[in-house]
Design a protein around this ligand. Structure first.
Ligand code: 5AD
Ligand code: SF4
Length: 434
């Protein structure tokens, strides 16, 4: 029996795509191995969103060549966004790579693993591929990723994704419902709906909220999340669903701000102003007062002055995000900003990023401190990394909670159980409960 090995880099979409790829390979009779040296097929699912992850993958490919024994004839495939972005560059930089497959070409895998041709590349982008009826081979655990739409039509000027993942397209409602039923029948409690712009979902007139309302009816689901929405597509209708279906619909929203300066937002083609973003946050909190709000931010976009950066700091202070992902701007081929002068110095980018990270730490701590003394619902995921005497679980607001592995009556707490816990302490991003 042939064995495959897969490494995944980048966002949750890639995690989900790797599960689709695994489903395809396992249908072909291959079995998964965790050992690179053992594998007949090695796949690296890659990310292109910034330059750094691309460099990391080139160096990883170099390392893989060194790890593999000389007589090894495993096939190596680079798949995902970098395959789409760099195509034959990858062969040039790395002679051992046998094939590259872009994110819309995974159905080619059965054909590829049977041929002996070298340097095959399939990188056509599709207008329709949503990998319908291909049941992913899911990682074990609590949460099932369900991709409901692929691609992006927003064309933020810094972003390569519309070029690596192509146009927006949505999976049929019935198909999503069936995939979720399959996941819940296998014991997954938590469902995370995924899409590059998850709330742009639209299938034959069914929008994202219509889909949510249908999914919420599945009684086996304990919690539903989604990532990532675009602020522009957060509707009043969606906020009403949040209000009406909490806690089944998690009280967490990931709302990428990118910049707090209206001038920079305009240059980024984000289609909202600072005022709009702040009023949206206000509205979200009116509907769901305890909503956890997280974000993505970029420092050093072309033309960002110190004053523009301070506008972002202003928004951070107003909103006090629960957590955020913060990045230095990285020029990306194909994107509109690639032609702009990358005029914020590396030094300035680092300074701004450090300042931002420090402020975010304060806000995260503040938000977590607000939870001390409160009782929260936790889904138990497993033992804590540090000790078997403690377990870890996640709140609806997507925060990690650590608590003793036995309850007050001396009973062992079961993995996957849903329990109520009172938060007593917080350190960094983690909460601790009795
Ligand atoms: N440079 C830096 N950060 C970027 N992101 C996307 N493109 C770039 C880029 N060129 C960030 C955005 C996005 C997140 C997934 O990655 O913040 O929301
Ligand atoms: Fe990139 Fe903007 Fe699309 Fe997100 S919405 S994937 S940041 S282009």
């Amino acid at each position: 029996m042939k064995k495959y090995y897969i490494e995944t880099y980048g966002c949750q979409m890639n995690e989900s795509d790797s599960e689709i790829v695994r489903g395809i390979l396992e249908t072909e009779g291959l079995i998964r191995t965790e050992s690179l040296e053992d594998a007949d097929l090695i796949l690296i699912n890659t990310c292109s969103v910034r330059e750094k992850p691309e460099q990391k993958i080139y160096s990883r490919l170099g390392k893989i060549n060194k790890i593999l024994p000389a007589e090894n004839n495993a096939k190596i495939g680079v798949i995902g966004c970098m395959a789409q972005n760099l195509k034959s560059d990858i062969f040039r930089q790395n002679n051992n790579v046998n094939f590259v497959l872009g994110p819309d070409s995974y159905r080619k895998l059965p054909e590829i693993i049977k041929t002996h041709r070298e340097h095959i590349a399939f990188t056509d982008l599709s207008k329709t591929e949503v990998y319908e009826e291909l049941f992913p081979s899911r990682s074990s655990g609590m949460n099932a990723w369900i991709t409901i739409m692929r691609g992006c039509d927003k064309f933020c000027t810094y972003c390569i994704v519309p070029f690596t993942r192509g146009r927006e397209r949505s999976k049929p409602v019935e198909s999503v419902v069936k995939e979720i039923e399959d996941a819940t029948n296998r014991g997954f409690y938590e469902i995370t709906l995924l899409g590059q712009n998850v709330n742009s979902y639209n299938y034959e007139g069914n929008n994202f909220t219509d889909l949510l309302k249908k999914i919420i009816k599945n009684e086996k689901i304990r919690r539903i999340r989604y990532v990532s929405p675009h602020p522009q597509d957060i509707t009043e209708e969606l906020l009403k669903v949040h209000r009406d279906y909490y806690p089944k619909l998690a009280n967490h929203i990931h709302l990428p701000l990118q910049s707090g300066s209206t001038k920079i937002l305009k240059a980024m083609n984000r289609n909202y102003s600072q005022e709009h973003f702040l009023s949206l946050v206000k509205k979200i909190r009116e509907y769901v007062p305890n909503m956890s709000i997280t974000t993505d931010m970029i420092v050093g976009f072309p033309g960002e002055t110190r004053e523009d950066f301070e506008e972002t700091i202003y928004v951070m202070n107003k909103v006090k995000f629960d957590t955020s992902f913060m990045f230095k701007y990285s020029p990306r081929p194909y994107s509109r900003a690639y032609k702009m002068d990358d005029d914020v110095s590396e030094y300035e980018k680092s300074e701004r990023l450090t300042e931002m990270i420090d402020l975010q730490k304060e806000h995260t701590l503040l938000r977590n401190k607000e939870m001390i003394g409160k009782e929260v619902e936790v889904i138990v995921e497993g033992y804590s990394k540090k000790s078997n005497a403690e377990m870890m679980g996640r709140t609806s607001s997507n925060k990690i909670v650590i608590f003793p592995a036995v309850d007050s009556s001396g009973e062992k707490i079961k993995i996957k159980s849903i329990i109520k816990k009172t938060i007593i302490e917080t350190k960094g991003v983690t909460l601790f409960a009795k």
